[in-house]
Design a protein around this ligand. Sequence first.
Ligand code: AMP
Length: 284
Amino acid sequence: MVVAPAIAAIRNWKQQLKPGRRVALVPTMGALHDGHLALVRHAATLADEVVVSIFVNPTQFGPNEDLDKYPRTLEMDLKRCEEHGVSAVFAPSAAEMYPAPGKIRFHISELADHLCGKTRPGHFDGVIQVVNKLFNIIEPDIAIFGQKDYQQFQIIRQMCREFDHGVQLAMHPILRETDGLAMSSRNRYLNAGERERAPEIFAVLQRLAQRLSENPNTVDAIAEASQTLQNAGFKIDYISVVDAETLQPLQTASGNCVAAIAVYVGSTRLIDNILLSLPAPNIV
Ligand code: AMP
Protein backbone atom coordinates (compact mmCIF):
# COMPACT_ATOMS: atom_id res chain seq x y z
CA MET A 1 0.00 0.00 0.00
CA VAL A 2 1.35 3.40 -0.99
CA VAL A 3 1.07 6.15 1.63
CA ALA A 4 1.26 9.55 -0.04
CA PRO A 5 1.43 12.70 2.06
CA ALA A 6 2.20 14.81 -1.04
CA ILE A 7 -0.05 15.71 -3.97
CA ALA A 8 2.80 14.93 -6.38
CA ALA A 9 3.22 11.46 -4.85
CA ILE A 10 -0.42 10.43 -5.21
CA ARG A 11 -0.50 11.79 -8.77
CA ASN A 12 2.63 9.81 -9.49
CA TRP A 13 1.05 6.64 -8.09
CA LYS A 14 -2.00 7.21 -10.27
CA GLN A 15 0.07 7.80 -13.41
CA GLN A 16 1.93 4.54 -12.93
CA LEU A 17 -1.24 2.44 -12.96
CA LYS A 18 -1.78 0.21 -15.98
CA PRO A 19 -4.13 1.90 -18.46
CA GLY A 20 -7.77 1.03 -17.91
CA ARG A 21 -7.49 0.39 -14.15
CA ARG A 22 -10.62 1.79 -12.52
CA VAL A 23 -9.96 3.88 -9.41
CA ALA A 24 -12.39 4.41 -6.53
CA LEU A 25 -11.87 7.15 -3.97
CA VAL A 26 -13.19 7.04 -0.39
CA PRO A 27 -12.72 10.49 1.16
CA THR A 28 -12.49 10.49 4.98
CA MET A 29 -11.25 12.55 7.89
CA GLY A 30 -9.63 9.47 9.43
CA ALA A 31 -10.27 7.94 12.88
CA LEU A 32 -11.59 5.10 10.73
CA HIS A 33 -14.40 2.93 12.06
CA ASP A 34 -16.40 0.07 10.56
CA GLY A 35 -18.67 2.56 8.74
CA HIS A 36 -15.69 3.93 6.80
CA LEU A 37 -14.43 0.40 6.16
CA ALA A 38 -17.80 -0.64 4.75
CA LEU A 39 -17.33 2.15 2.20
CA VAL A 40 -13.87 0.79 1.43
CA ARG A 41 -15.21 -2.75 0.93
CA HIS A 42 -17.99 -1.41 -1.29
CA ALA A 43 -15.41 0.59 -3.27
CA ALA A 44 -13.41 -2.58 -3.89
CA THR A 45 -16.42 -4.14 -5.61
CA LEU A 46 -16.76 -1.14 -7.94
CA ALA A 47 -13.14 -0.58 -9.01
CA ASP A 48 -9.72 -2.19 -9.43
CA GLU A 49 -7.89 0.17 -7.09
CA VAL A 50 -9.18 1.82 -3.91
CA VAL A 51 -7.70 5.11 -2.70
CA VAL A 52 -8.62 6.37 0.78
CA SER A 53 -7.96 10.02 1.57
CA ILE A 54 -7.44 10.95 5.20
CA PHE A 55 -7.57 14.67 5.81
CA VAL A 56 -9.16 16.67 8.61
CA ASN A 57 -10.13 19.59 6.42
CA PRO A 58 -9.86 22.85 8.40
CA THR A 59 -12.01 24.84 5.97
CA GLN A 60 -15.15 22.87 6.81
CA PHE A 61 -14.94 23.56 10.56
CA GLY A 62 -16.49 26.66 12.10
CA PRO A 63 -14.52 28.80 14.58
CA ASN A 64 -16.13 27.18 17.64
CA GLU A 65 -16.13 23.61 16.34
CA ASP A 66 -13.93 20.63 17.20
CA LEU A 67 -11.09 20.98 14.61
CA ASP A 68 -8.34 20.90 17.24
CA LYS A 69 -9.68 17.99 19.24
CA TYR A 70 -10.92 15.98 16.22
CA PRO A 71 -9.45 12.46 16.68
CA ARG A 72 -6.33 11.75 14.64
CA THR A 73 -5.27 8.09 14.58
CA LEU A 74 -3.20 7.86 11.39
CA GLU A 75 -1.10 4.83 12.31
CA MET A 76 -4.14 2.71 13.18
CA ASP A 77 -6.01 4.03 10.10
CA LEU A 78 -3.16 2.95 7.81
CA LYS A 79 -3.15 -0.50 9.38
CA ARG A 80 -6.89 -0.89 8.82
CA CYS A 81 -6.59 0.33 5.22
CA GLU A 82 -3.79 -2.14 4.56
CA GLU A 83 -5.87 -4.99 6.03
CA HIS A 84 -8.70 -4.02 3.67
CA GLY A 85 -6.52 -4.19 0.57
CA VAL A 86 -6.46 -0.43 -0.08
CA SER A 87 -3.99 0.43 -2.87
CA ALA A 88 -3.07 3.94 -1.76
CA VAL A 89 -3.76 6.36 1.08
CA PHE A 90 -3.55 10.08 0.41
CA ALA A 91 -2.89 11.72 3.78
CA PRO A 92 -1.79 15.31 3.19
CA SER A 93 -1.08 18.00 5.77
CA ALA A 94 -3.11 21.21 5.82
CA ALA A 95 -0.06 23.02 4.43
CA GLU A 96 0.10 20.60 1.49
CA MET A 97 -3.57 21.17 0.66
CA TYR A 98 -3.63 24.90 1.40
CA PRO A 99 -0.11 26.30 0.92
CA ALA A 100 -1.47 29.85 0.81
CA PRO A 101 -4.71 31.43 2.01
CA GLY A 102 -7.33 30.79 -0.68
CA LYS A 103 -8.89 33.64 -2.61
CA ILE A 104 -11.86 31.68 -3.92
CA ARG A 105 -14.71 30.35 -1.79
CA PHE A 106 -17.68 28.34 -2.93
CA HIS A 107 -21.19 29.36 -2.06
CA ILE A 108 -24.00 26.85 -2.10
CA SER A 109 -27.56 28.04 -2.38
CA GLU A 110 -30.76 26.15 -1.53
CA LEU A 111 -29.18 22.74 -0.89
CA ALA A 112 -27.32 24.20 2.11
CA ASP A 113 -30.17 26.35 3.42
CA HIS A 114 -31.44 23.76 5.92
CA LEU A 115 -30.22 20.87 8.08
CA CYS A 116 -26.45 21.05 8.80
CA GLY A 117 -26.03 23.85 6.26
CA LYS A 118 -28.22 26.09 8.40
CA THR A 119 -26.61 25.37 11.75
CA ARG A 120 -23.02 25.10 10.46
CA PRO A 121 -22.69 28.17 8.20
CA GLY A 122 -19.89 27.76 5.66
CA HIS A 123 -19.45 24.05 6.46
CA PHE A 124 -20.48 22.80 3.03
CA ASP A 125 -18.50 25.54 1.26
CA GLY A 126 -15.44 23.94 2.87
CA VAL A 127 -16.60 20.43 2.01
CA ILE A 128 -17.07 21.35 -1.64
CA GLN A 129 -13.68 23.07 -1.70
CA VAL A 130 -11.85 19.99 -0.42
CA VAL A 131 -13.80 17.39 -2.41
CA ASN A 132 -13.24 19.50 -5.52
CA LYS A 133 -9.51 19.45 -4.81
CA LEU A 134 -9.49 15.71 -4.06
CA PHE A 135 -11.31 14.98 -7.33
CA ASN A 136 -8.83 17.13 -9.26
CA ILE A 137 -5.80 15.61 -7.55
CA ILE A 138 -6.81 11.94 -7.74
CA GLU A 139 -9.19 12.01 -10.72
CA PRO A 140 -11.05 8.90 -9.55
CA ASP A 141 -13.55 7.08 -11.75
CA ILE A 142 -15.91 6.73 -8.80
CA ALA A 143 -16.16 8.15 -5.28
CA ILE A 144 -18.05 6.56 -2.39
CA PHE A 145 -19.76 8.57 0.35
CA GLY A 146 -21.97 7.60 3.29
CA GLN A 147 -25.69 8.23 3.66
CA LYS A 148 -24.82 9.36 7.19
CA ASP A 149 -23.93 12.72 5.58
CA TYR A 150 -26.91 12.74 3.23
CA GLN A 151 -26.87 16.51 2.66
CA GLN A 152 -23.16 16.34 1.84
CA PHE A 153 -23.84 13.66 -0.77
CA GLN A 154 -26.54 15.71 -2.50
CA ILE A 155 -24.34 18.82 -2.55
CA ILE A 156 -21.41 16.89 -3.99
CA ARG A 157 -23.74 15.41 -6.60
CA GLN A 158 -24.77 18.93 -7.57
CA MET A 159 -21.11 20.01 -7.68
CA CYS A 160 -20.31 17.17 -10.09
CA ARG A 161 -23.23 18.20 -12.31
CA GLU A 162 -22.42 21.91 -12.33
CA PHE A 163 -18.64 21.63 -12.59
CA ASP A 164 -18.56 18.65 -14.99
CA HIS A 165 -16.51 16.37 -12.79
CA GLY A 166 -16.47 13.09 -14.65
CA VAL A 167 -16.67 11.22 -11.34
CA GLN A 168 -19.40 8.67 -10.74
CA LEU A 169 -20.82 8.79 -7.21
CA ALA A 170 -22.08 6.03 -4.94
CA MET A 171 -23.84 6.34 -1.59
CA HIS A 172 -23.49 3.63 1.04
CA PRO A 173 -26.10 3.03 3.78
CA ILE A 174 -25.36 3.97 7.40
CA LEU A 175 -23.50 1.42 9.50
CA ARG A 176 -24.77 1.19 13.06
CA GLU A 177 -23.65 -0.24 16.35
CA THR A 178 -25.78 -3.21 17.51
CA ASP A 179 -27.90 -0.84 19.63
CA GLY A 180 -28.68 1.35 16.59
CA LEU A 181 -26.28 4.25 17.17
CA ALA A 182 -24.85 5.41 13.84
CA MET A 183 -21.10 4.83 13.78
CA SER A 184 -19.14 8.07 13.91
CA SER A 185 -15.59 9.19 14.67
CA ARG A 186 -17.19 11.54 17.21
CA ASN A 187 -18.75 8.67 19.22
CA ARG A 188 -15.41 8.34 20.98
CA TYR A 189 -16.07 11.73 22.64
CA LEU A 190 -19.02 10.22 24.55
CA ASN A 191 -18.63 9.27 28.19
CA ALA A 192 -20.28 6.05 29.44
CA GLY A 193 -23.58 7.70 30.38
CA GLU A 194 -23.80 9.62 27.09
CA ARG A 195 -22.99 6.48 25.10
CA GLU A 196 -25.80 4.67 26.87
CA ARG A 197 -28.31 7.38 25.95
CA ALA A 198 -27.11 7.94 22.38
CA PRO A 199 -29.09 5.07 20.70
CA GLU A 200 -32.25 7.03 21.54
CA ILE A 201 -31.48 9.21 18.50
CA PHE A 202 -32.09 6.34 16.09
CA ALA A 203 -35.02 5.03 18.14
CA VAL A 204 -36.68 8.46 17.85
CA LEU A 205 -35.94 8.59 14.11
CA GLN A 206 -37.58 5.21 13.66
CA ARG A 207 -40.67 6.32 15.60
CA LEU A 208 -40.79 9.51 13.52
CA ALA A 209 -40.66 7.44 10.33
CA GLN A 210 -43.39 5.13 11.60
CA ARG A 211 -45.62 8.08 12.52
CA LEU A 212 -45.16 9.67 9.11
CA SER A 213 -46.15 6.44 7.39
CA GLU A 214 -49.45 6.66 9.32
CA ASN A 215 -49.95 10.42 9.04
CA PRO A 216 -47.80 12.54 6.69
CA ASN A 217 -48.16 15.76 8.74
CA THR A 218 -44.56 16.45 9.79
CA VAL A 219 -45.25 19.24 12.30
CA ASP A 220 -46.81 17.08 15.02
CA ALA A 221 -44.42 14.19 14.39
CA ILE A 222 -41.39 16.50 14.73
CA ALA A 223 -42.83 18.09 17.88
CA GLU A 224 -43.23 14.66 19.46
CA ALA A 225 -39.71 13.57 18.48
CA SER A 226 -38.36 16.83 19.83
CA GLN A 227 -40.15 16.39 23.16
CA THR A 228 -38.90 12.82 23.54
CA LEU A 229 -35.29 13.81 22.89
CA GLN A 230 -35.46 16.81 25.20
CA ASN A 231 -36.95 14.66 27.97
CA ALA A 232 -34.04 12.25 27.50
CA GLY A 233 -31.60 15.14 28.06
CA PHE A 234 -30.49 15.89 24.49
CA LYS A 235 -30.06 19.44 23.22
CA ILE A 236 -31.63 19.65 19.79
CA ASP A 237 -29.83 21.25 16.89
CA TYR A 238 -32.50 20.29 14.35
CA ILE A 239 -35.12 17.68 13.59
CA SER A 240 -36.39 17.98 10.05
CA VAL A 241 -38.17 16.14 7.29
CA VAL A 242 -36.97 17.27 3.86
CA ASP A 243 -37.49 16.35 0.24
CA ALA A 244 -34.75 13.85 -0.72
CA GLU A 245 -33.73 15.84 -3.83
CA THR A 246 -34.26 19.50 -3.00
CA LEU A 247 -33.54 19.19 0.75
CA GLN A 248 -36.35 21.65 1.44
CA PRO A 249 -38.45 21.06 4.60
CA LEU A 250 -41.84 19.43 4.09
CA GLN A 251 -45.04 20.10 6.01
CA THR A 252 -46.53 16.99 4.47
CA ALA A 253 -44.16 14.10 3.90
CA SER A 254 -44.62 12.42 0.53
CA GLY A 255 -42.58 10.60 -2.08
CA ASN A 256 -38.87 10.25 -1.34
CA CYS A 257 -37.91 12.20 1.74
CA VAL A 258 -35.37 12.20 4.54
CA ALA A 259 -35.98 12.47 8.27
CA ALA A 260 -32.83 13.91 9.82
CA ILE A 261 -31.71 14.73 13.33
CA ALA A 262 -28.75 16.60 14.81
CA VAL A 263 -28.46 16.72 18.59
CA TYR A 264 -25.92 17.43 21.26
CA VAL A 265 -25.22 14.58 23.66
CA GLY A 266 -23.33 16.49 26.33
CA SER A 267 -21.01 18.63 24.19
CA THR A 268 -20.84 16.14 21.31
CA ARG A 269 -22.91 16.85 18.22
CA LEU A 270 -24.24 13.72 16.52
CA ILE A 271 -26.25 13.37 13.32
CA ASP A 272 -28.41 10.60 11.90
CA ASN A 273 -31.08 10.16 9.25
CA ILE A 274 -33.55 7.76 7.67
CA LEU A 275 -34.67 7.68 4.03
CA LEU A 276 -38.42 7.43 3.59
CA SER A 277 -40.41 6.41 0.58
CA LEU A 278 -43.99 7.50 1.19
CA PRO A 279 -47.02 7.52 -1.10
CA ALA A 280 -47.11 10.53 -3.39
CA PRO A 281 -50.05 12.91 -2.76
CA ASN A 282 -53.25 12.16 -4.66
CA ILE A 283 -53.64 14.60 -7.52
CA VAL A 284 -57.32 15.05 -8.24
P1 AMP B 1 -15.90 11.39 7.84
O1 AMP B 1 -14.57 10.78 8.13
O2 AMP B 1 -16.77 11.54 9.03
O3 AMP B 1 -15.77 12.65 7.01
O4 AMP B 1 -16.65 10.35 6.92
C1 AMP B 1 -16.09 9.90 5.71
C2 AMP B 1 -17.14 9.18 4.92
O5 AMP B 1 -17.63 8.07 5.67
C3 AMP B 1 -18.36 10.08 4.62
O6 AMP B 1 -18.80 9.82 3.30
C4 AMP B 1 -19.37 9.62 5.64
O7 AMP B 1 -20.71 9.81 5.23
C5 AMP B 1 -19.04 8.14 5.74
N1 AMP B 1 -19.50 7.59 7.01
C6 AMP B 1 -19.28 8.10 8.25
N2 AMP B 1 -19.92 7.36 9.19
C7 AMP B 1 -20.56 6.37 8.51
C8 AMP B 1 -21.41 5.29 8.90
N3 AMP B 1 -21.73 5.08 10.18
N4 AMP B 1 -21.89 4.48 7.94
C9 AMP B 1 -21.58 4.68 6.64
N5 AMP B 1 -20.79 5.69 6.20
C10 AMP B 1 -20.29 6.52 7.13
